[in-house]
Design a protein around this ligand. Structure first.
Ligand code: 5AD
Ligand code: SF4
Length: 446
């Protein structure tokens, strides 16, 4: 709450996250930093002196959601609360946010979070129009020992921030700044600290983890992956997101060699048509993508594959779209995150006419999702009878089931005849008895 001079007396904050896993993890670091600065996190906006939104601008819908929320500020501002907009909408819209939402005191993009403690002091002084927007050319990453991880068993580690790929549709290079990697020494030290604290699963994060470059020159991405997998106490390592152009064969070799590396690769294709890939400036062809799929399929363990797809990119013909549909079966994905193309500010594609009507985009999206559902139904069905190791996530009281996740990142809901339920974070073998297109059902084997 602010006193008569507009200063915040009680240091409490509310933080809400929109968008991707990078944002979720950034928020964990922001929360840790605020707590270190003496702030207490509260669950309701009503109870907070400082209200923060960590925002996403990947598609127009995500951005509109944020602005709709900002409209509610007036009432809360009158009660003395202060507001900050963090993340991708903050970086993209910058000071324009102060015009659209005059109650906002702070606008800061992710490349400036290192300066959060100073920006907090400015808020406490009652300053307005505080910005953290000019750091996108920095070589530094946001490393902090005060990360407030929300799950005690499974946690993220950022290995690379920003992106230099400049795909024609994408805001990320503009919102998150240029690519910069942490040293592998620092990443491994964090992995060891997490293992010591009881974490058994680590997910390495970056917009494009495959272009990881160790500034100390010690390890390639595949070597870093293997080294994290060999940290004592770590049982599962995941990584996301991969870019097909930089996805090298040694990553598959690392998965073959190190059993703790999970058998799952998320490799966004975006379109199955080489012509559209070129328009998107993706820097690979369909044939090159299929070559990578062949490496993954040749691995010793079956590796689950998932992808992202954009439908209705400017100029996508029905034939181009057919090629995307065809690719679904060629790869046999276990999950597809599909989106209608959304024109974004600052991106090269904004100058192309958004030529596919929304209705047609919706039709294509639905055709794709229907086709993919059938592929998943067949894929998941193949697990029936298998015994898979799950990490326990929690319980579904209503259904009397325990929820677990397999190494392939599939949800496996199961029952047990044991009188005591397995604890979240524990690992156990489960026999699969039934399948759905998005989850498996089974019984614990003990
Ligand atoms: N429109 C629609 N989808 C997009 N994505 C990125 N930018 C856009 C856009 N302008 C999708 C891509 C990416 C995922 C995170 O979001 O598929 O891989
Ligand atoms: Fe994440 Fe991209 Fe959304 Fe930013 S714009 S939150 S990087 S998905």
């Amino acid at each position: 709450m602010a006193d008569a001079n507009g200063k915040i007396a009680e240091k409490t904050f509310y933080l809400e996250t929109f968008g991707c896993q990078m944002n979720v993890h950034d928020s964990e670091k922001v929360i840790g930093t605020l707590e270190h600065e003496g702030y207490r996190r509260v669950d309701l906006e009503e109870d907070a002196g400082l209200i923060l939104y960590n925002t996403c601008s990947i598609r127009d819908k995500a951005e509109q959601k944020v602005f709709n929320r900002l409209n509610d500020y007036k009432k809360l501002y009158a009660k003395g609360k202060r507001f900050g907009v963090l993340g991708c909408v903050a970086q993209q819209e910058g000071e324009r946010i102060f015009e659209r939402a005059p109650y906002v005191s702070l606008v800061a993009g992710s490349a400036s979070y290192r300066k959060l403690p100073e920006m907090l002091v400015q808020i406490e002084r009652g300053e307005s129009r505080i910005t953290g927007l000019d750091d996108r050319q920095t070589d530094e990453t946001f490393e902090t020992e005060f990360t407030a991880r929300s799950n005690p068993h499974r946690g993220y580690i950022t290995i690379i921030e920003g992106c230099d790929k400049f795909c024609a549709y994408c805001v990320v290079p503009y919102t998150r700044g240029k690519e910069r990697s942490r040293t592998s020494t620092s990443v491994l030290a964090e992995a060891r600290r997490m293992a010591d604290a009881g974490y058994t699963e680590i997910q390495l994060l970056g917009q494009n983890v495959n272009s990881y470059r160790d500034s100390e020159g010690k390890r390639s991405f595949a070597e870093l992956l293997a080294a994290v997998g060999e940290v004592e106490g770590i049982r599962r390592v995941r990584f996301t997101t991969s870019h097909p152009r930089d996805f090298t064969r040694d990553i598959v070799e690392a998965i073959d060699a190190v059993p703790t590396l999970c058998d799952h690769v998320h490799l966004p294709i975006q379109s199955g048509s080489s012509r559209v890939l070129q328009l998107m400036q993706r820097e690979y062809t369909r044939d090159q993508y299929e070559e990578r799929i062949a490496w993954i399929k040749a691995a010793r363990r079956p590796i689950s594959m998932t992808t992202d797809i954009i439908v209705g990119f400017p100029g996508e013909t029905p034939e181009d779209f057919e090629q995307t549909i065809d690719l679904l079966a060629v790869t046999g994905y276990d999950a597809v995150f599909a989106f209608k193309y959304s024109p974004r500010p600052n991106t090269p594609a904004i100058t192309m006419a958004d030529s596919i009507p929304d209705e047609e985009k919706s039709t294509r999206l639905q055709v794709l999702l229907d086709r993919q559902r059938e592929i998943q139904r067949a894929n998941y069905d193949k697990h029936i009878g298998q015994i898979l190791e799950v990490m326990v996530e929690g319980r579904n009281e209503a259904r009397g089931q325990i929820t677990g996740r397999t190494s392939q990142n599939k949800t496996l809901n199961f029952t047990t005849t044991q009188p005591i339920y397995p604890a979240p974070g524990s690992y156990l073998p489960v026999r699969v008895t039934k399948s759905f297109p998005n989850s498996l059902v089974g019984e614990a084997v003990i």
